[in-house]
Design a protein around this ligand. Structure first.
Ligand SMILES: Cc1cc2nc3c(=O)[nH]c(=O)nc-3n(C[C@H](O)[C@H](O)[C@H](O)COP(=O)(O)OP(=O)(O)OC[C@H]3O[C@@H](n4cnc5c(N)ncnc54)[C@H](O)[C@@H]3O)c2cc1C
Ligand SMILES: *[C@@H]1O[C@H](CO)[C@@H](O)[C@H](O)[C@H]1NC(C)=O
Ligand SMILES: *[C@@H]1O[C@H](CO)[C@@H](O)[C@H](O)[C@H]1NC(C)=O
Ligand SMILES: *[C@@H]1O[C@H](CO)[C@@H](O)[C@H](O)[C@H]1NC(C)=O
Ligand SMILES: *[C@@H]1O[C@H](CO)[C@@H](O)[C@H](O)[C@H]1NC(C)=O
Ligand SMILES: *[C@@H]1O[C@H](CO)[C@@H](O)[C@H](O)[C@H]1NC(C)=O
Ligand SMILES: *[C@@H]1O[C@H](CO)[C@@H](O)[C@H](O)[C@H]1NC(C)=O
Ligand SMILES: *[C@@H]1O[C@H](CO)[C@@H](O)[C@H](O)[C@H]1NC(C)=O
Length: 640
């Protein structure tokens, strides 16, 4: 029998309790807490307080109670063989218990329904809707409002993709079972307390952009943060505990890149965020230490954070800043999402906008361009990585193999705060070398008088929902560029992956500590030394068997990616765009910050309310899937 992680008291009452929900009865549990000095969003003033639970009888109240046990006592009582409770288990909450959760959250509970259900036989079948969603499927904007969909469906388990054959099966796989469609803090507190007290798996979904599908989880209760859209401009923010004052934005956890960039641009400002338009800037992106087209000027987005509001695993709502809950504040700036709590808002620095010049171009083998000259041309580019990134450049380029041919695509090269002439001066020595190799093309190099237009006009909207691909990445350090022989080895390792047919997506940037203002935060230290964030992707055939996928993934992770690790021992990898199977992920994703992060995790979350694959503390747990492939389509159990 599968046993749950629960507090014994909750178990007894759970089995005994049955709830009758009276239609139309209110029953919300929340108080309005105002505190001018906190600057809460309205939705953050709606909080759960211990006294709110008095509206329930004891047996119901215990389901939503805060955790007051010390981490020492919880750790001491810990068993090592438990799994989270799962639909179908005897202990899985009855419908009436879920109805109670819905009632106390004011109707925020949503059943997880795969978006593509309308493509399948059954009551949900709707041919027109199926056709529509199929046409929109690879567009990340389309999935923004969906409470359960993730953009890397491989990790959902691919159990309900769009299809033209309605007789295919559509099952829940790694989709969350229930979702709290959060619009205030009290609902999040109730969800966390409920999951912790009962032993249901909890996940957090913002946009679903994580490359390893960390917003999903079979049989889970999900907290969906997308609708926490607050945005507030603060002209003269004074960050307590620091000298810093200046323009800032407070963003709700659901704010996406395209929204905050527009809001900043409307005031002649810019903020540090990702290149991807739909990324959840205030969610997993900042918490996970994400990179930005402004990283070679301002460092990481996490370096810009001045304050955060967060619901912790015990259900409390806290501020984490330079003067309150400092250790948590340190960890939430780079230590990864779904680990220490649910962030509800983030306040970040804003900067006056700057102009930028971008350049887009490509060349490929074939015609006059031989394989050797193609690679000589690419190799020549690597010689400029230090100069470019030290000058503030962020470049985004691809090497795409296809039937033995190769395409190099720069899309785009971004030179923030540079004129056309300055940008041409950076690029022309390389372009001359390319010309001498017989590689001719006409770059589109365009000057923009503000950063927003440069970003919007130059970055592609990436295609999402790929169904037979896995990605890994490496942060390659500056030291590899400071020694020609090491640079040759680095280049050869990258080229070997291209020769093997893998897709390269890479960035040249230098988000050093100095550029970030020497912050003390949990961003992977490997970022500070990196001048290249390189991603590699392996594709398998659409009809590949499980055994073939496993073999392809093994070879990818342990042969192809190993070459990159071998040339950069001790470096790392960016957790938000990473291989779910990354060996020694603790070192790769967190580096020397790991022991400190793990100690905080054990202290703040002794009951393991939060889990995400490769997150801090995740080594104690495993999602057990039926086919053995890494995905969210299984029960979460303790390891060992
Ligand atoms: C098309 C595309 C473009 C991208 N572009 C960039 C880029 O330019 N720069 C870059 O650095 N990365 C980029 N990424 C990677 C992406 O930023 C990271 O995966 C990031 O973690 C996504 O965060 P999210 O909240 O949007 O997504 P989600 O997948 O919803 O969340 C990611 C993780 O954070 C957790 N989480 C989310 N919100 C919260 C919260 N409020 N509190 C606690 N935990 C939370 C989730 O549980 C999950 O574990 C891109 C990804 C894609 C698919
Ligand atoms: C507590 O209240 C619920 C209604 O929410 C009711 O069904 C249940 O029987 C009550 N339990 C006790 C012990 O009174
Ligand atoms: C309001 O916030 C301030 C600053 O964090 C804090 O010192 C104070 O105790 C809070 N007041 C209440 C009533 O919570
Ligand atoms: C979630 O809440 C938002 C805001 O109230 C609403 O617009 C949206 O339709 C809800 N989503 C679901 C799936 O219920
Ligand atoms: C942009 O360039 C100007 C002029 O060279 C310089 O004064 C300014 O500090 C630069 N801004 C940033 C953000 O680097
Ligand atoms: C060059 O790039 C700019 C900005 O992205 C775009 O507006 C313009 O149409 C492009 N020109 C050509 C010829 O492609
Ligand atoms: C690096 O490789 C180039 C050829 O690409 C070669 O000319 C050069 O000698 C190599 N340098 C070292 C130190 O091996
Ligand atoms: C997959 O399809 C290809 C042809 O498209 C075929 O050669 C191969 O045998 C198929 N593999 C499996 C496992 O069905």
């Amino acid at each position: 029998m599968i046993m749950g992680v629960f507090t014994p008291r909750a178990l007894l009452l759970l089995v005994a309790s049955s709830v009758a929900v009276t239609a139309g009865s209110s029953g919300r549990l929340a108080s309005t807490v105002s505190n001018d000095s906190k600057g809460y969003f309205d939705y953050e003033s709606i909080q759960l307080l211990p006294e709110d639970l008095k509206a329930l009888n004891d047996s119901d109240a215990v389901l939503f109670d805060f955790d007051s046990a010390s981490s020492e006592s919880v750790n001491a009582a810990r068993s090592s063989t438990l799994c989270k409770i799962f639909p179908g288990d005897r202990l899985w909450p009855s419908k009436s218990i879920w109805a109670l959760l819905d009632r106390v959250t004011g109707g925020a509970l949503v059943k997880g329904v795969p978006r593509a259900t309308t493509c399948y036989d059954g009551p949900g079948y709707d041919a027109d809707d199926c056709e529509y969603l199929t046409s929109q499927w690879t567009n990340s904007y389309f999935h923004a409002d969906d409470p359960i969909e993730m953009l890397s469906p491989v990790y959902q388990g691919l159990t309900c993709q769009p299809t033209t054959d309605p007789s295919d099966s559509c099952t829940m796989g790694g989709y969350p079972h229930y979702v709290i469609n959060a619009t205030d803090v009290a609902q999040i507190q109730l969800g966390i307390n409920f999951a912790r007290n009962i032993g249901v798996r909890l996940v957090v979904k913002n946009t679903g952009h994580d490359f390893s599908g960390k917003s999903g989880g079979a049989g889970s209760l999900s907290v969906f943060t997308h609708n926490l859209k607050g945005m507030k401009y603060i002209e003269n923010y004074e960050a307590p505990g620091t000298e810093w004052t200046g323009a800032a934005f407070k963003m709700g956890a659901g704010v996406q890149a395209f929204e905050i960039y527009k809001a900043a641009a409307d005031r002649g400002l810019m903020v540090v965020g990702g290149e991807g338009q739909t990324v959840g800037v205030a969610g997993g992106y900042i918490i996970g230490g994400g990179h930005s087209p402004l990283s070679s000027i301002h460092g990481m987005a996490a370096d810009q954070v001045l304050s955060m509001e967060v619901v912790t695993p015990d259900g409390k709502f806290l501020t984490a800043s330079f003067v309150e809950n400092q250790e948590l504040f340190w960890a939430l700036r780079g230590g990864g999402g779904s680990t220490f709590g649910v962030v509800t808002s983030v306040t970040v620095k804003a900067f006056p906008t700057i102009p930028a010049t971008t350049s887009t171009f490509s060349f490929k083998t074939g015609g006059d361009i031989t394989y050797d000259n193609f690679w000589k041309g690419v190799r020549a580019y690597f010689d400029y990585f230090l100069e470019h990134s030290d000058a503030g450049v962020y470049s985004y380029f691809f090497i795409l193999p296809s039937n033995g041919q190769f395409t190099f695509l720069m899309q785009p090269f971004v030179a923030p705060n540079k004129t056309l002439e300055e940008t041409n001066a950076l690029l022309s020595p390389w372009f001359t070398q390319l010309k001498n190799l017989g590689i001719n093309f006409t770059p589109n190099t365009t000057y923009f008088d503000n950063f927003y237009d440069a970003w919007l006009g130059s970055f592609p909207l990436e295609v999402v929902e790929k169904t037979h691909v896995a990605t890994g990445s490496r942060l390659l350090p500056r030291a590899n560029w400071e020694d020609e022989s090491l640079l040759n080895q680095t280049f050869d390792a990258i080229k070997a992956s291209s020769d093997a047919g893998l897709t390269l997506i890479a960035f040249n940037m230098a988000p050093t500590l100095e550029r970030g203002g020497n912050p003390d935060n949990a961003v992977n230290p490997a970022w500070r030394k990196a001048v290249m964030h390189a991603l590699s992707s392996v594709n398998w055939a659409a009809n590949a068997t499980v055994a073939e996928i496993k073999a392809a993934r093994q070879e990818f992770t342990y042969t192809h990616m190993q070459r990159w690790r071998d040339v950069s021992p001790g470096a790392g990898s960016y957790l938000g765009e990473s291989d779910r199977m990354e060996p020694n992920f603790q070192q790769s994703f967190y580096g020397s910050a790991y022991p400190r992060l793990l100690a905080l995790k054990r202290k703040l979350d002794p009951r393991n309310v939060f889990y995400a694959a490769t997150a801090v503390g995740s080594e104690d747990w495993k999602v057990v899937t039926e086919n053995g492939l890494p995905s969210e389509a299984g029960i979460l159990c303790r390891v060992g």
